[in-house]
Design a binder for this molecule. Structure first.
Ligand SMILES: *Cc1c(COP(=O)(O)O)cnc(C)c1O
Length: 480
């Protein structure tokens, strides 16, 4: 394809995308296909001769769309939102065009510098302590990771390396393998599965701390686990707190937990993958109090801040902790500039070498929405969740299962788990709306997450009518 055709096709594609998103609610939110549906629709082998662009485009509606779950439909209420906005999509086009691989400052200075500054902008929107900002000479700073899972793992690996270094400094005779076999990390029993997985990848024990009636980890629960493990000769070194758990959007008590971690030399990482976006609003910012005790903090603008996937923002208090853990410098990657607030080699901050110019989409979104626009967006979603909560509370057959703090409502029919499993199965098989469940203290619970950018009050009401009607049908079938 030459530039002239690209101009034409690009404009057509933008029209297709705008049509898709403008009319998305007319599509069935969840597809009807069976596993393997796609293989039968396309050839067994890649074509030997080039095909025409028309032929490729025709297959979007024939092959792809029938198997798409429409995450941006206002009838999609599953998981957590996947952020999406037009400015971010346009920036991603430009990112594709520049196509640099920004692993070091000199590999593309704009790619590195814009990222550092955008993470400072975002850190200031969240009112992060200054320690986490890069500025021009800071010790901390931010980085874009591909996902919250990457951030949790990076923090764990950096903590492991810091713990090893500190212990070896005091006990040079101890072996590394002996120390690693004694290390123990902690998280909440409500933490995302990626935290347990990070423990497996890092080869360290990961223990779950039991949560209270609000699904939050309290200081005393961590304290007693630490005591027990220390007296068994283990070495606590990492705690991953969650602000906004995946199941119910619960908040660990970091004002209690932080001082304990600080006193015990335990790296506190905060995973706020979903809820972090809301901390740009002053009314939600108190939930982040205690951040001053954290060593690292992460949330996903690609969930709730209108920046398309992938964009997971991570800050560290001491960049040297993370760099020291991973620094490798073969000659072909060396350059003359010294690492500082100005010159960052982000390859030392992440697992892969290559990285895209992802800060462009933050820049576009932050400028085109402004802080006020972003706050209004968060508040609108929270308002819709509260509206849904009221509808549920007004129906005595149902119960709310966790405090509704942000854009997630956990609810169920009063009654057995089986009853609720059947309700969810029927809801999802009708394919009018899409939800996923969670388990809370042994109860099967439905999660209703406000997801699409274009969700309005009328969609919430429609969804509730549908749920309540299916519930009536289900309850009528039961023997009285
Ligand atoms: C969604 C979520 C994650 C996983 O996010 P990825 O960016 O997909 O890795 C981690 N933690 C919490 C609390 C989440 O809600």
């Amino acid at each position: 394809m030459e530039a002239a055709e690209f101009r034409r096709r690009g404009k057509e594609m933008v029209d297709y995308i705008a049509d898709y998103l403008e009319n998305i609610e007319k599509r069935q939110v969840y597809p009807d296909v069976e596993p393997g549906y796609l293989r039968s629709l396309i050839p067994e082998e890649a074509p030997e001769e080039p095909e025409s662009y028309e032929d490729v485009v025709k297959d979007i509606e024939r092959v792809i769309m029938p198997g798409v779950t429409h995450w941006h439909s206002p009838y999609f209420y599953a998981y957590f939102p996947a952020a999406s906005s037009f400015p971010a999509m346009l920036a991603d086009m430009l990112c594709g065009a520049i196509g640099c691989i920004g692993f070091s400052w000199s590999a593309s200075p704009a790619c590195t510098e814009l990222e550092t500054v955008m993470l400072d902008w975002l850190g200031k929107m969240l009112k992060l302590p200054d320690d986490f900002l890069a500025g021009t000479a800071g010790r901390g700073g931010g980085v874009i990771q591909g996902s919250a899972s990457d951030a949790t793992l990076m923090a764990l690996l950096a903590a492991r390396s810091r713990a090893l270094r500190l212990i070896l400094a005091d006990h040079p005779d101890r072996s590394e393998t002996d120390i690693i076999s004694k290390l123990v990390a902690y998280t909440s029993d409500q933490a995302h599965s990626s935290v347990e997985r990070a423990g497996m990848i890092a080869g360290v024990r990961m223990k779950n701390i039991a949560t209270d009636s609000k699904f939050a980890v309290r200081g005393d629960a961590l304290e007693s686990a630490l005591q027990e493990d220390r007296s068994a000769g283990l070495i606590p070194f990492y705690f991953c707190a969650t602000l906004g758990t995946t199941a119910s959007c619960a908040f660990d008590r970091i004002t209690e937990l932080g001082p304990i971690c600080r006193a015990e030399n335990i790296w506190m990482h905060i995973d706020a993958a979903y809820a972090g976006s809301a901390f740009i609003c002053p009314e939600f910012r108190p939930l982040l109090n205690g951040i001053e005790f954290a060593d690292s903090f992460n949330f996903n603008p690609h969930k709730w801040l209108l920046v398309n996937f992938d964009c997971s923002a991570m800050w560290v208090r001491n960049r040297s902790d993370i760099i020291r853990a991973f620094k490798m410098e073969p000659l072909y990657l060396k350059h003359d500039q010294q690492e500082s607030g100005l010159v960052t080699d982000y390859r030392h901050w992440q697992i892969p070498l290559g990285r895209r110019f992802r800060s462009l989409k933050m820049w576009f979104v932050f400028r085109m929405y402004g802080l006020n626009g972003l706050q209004a967006y968060i508040r609108k979603h929270v308002g819709l969740a509260k509206e849904f909560e009221c509808l549920v509370r007004d129906d005595r057959r149902f119960e709310i299962c966790a405090d509704v703090v942000m854009g997630l409502v956990c609810f169920r029919l009063k009654g057995s788990n089986e009853l609720n499993e059947t309700l969810l199965k029927r809801l999802n098989s009708k394919r009018k709306i899409h939800l996923v469940p969670c388990q809370l203290k042994g109860k099967f619970v439905l999660r209703f997450a406000i997801c699409a950018r274009t969700t309005e009050s009328r969609h919430i009401h429609e969804a509730w009518c549908h749920i309540s009607q299916l519930a009536s049908e289900l309850l009528q079938e039961l023997p009285h």
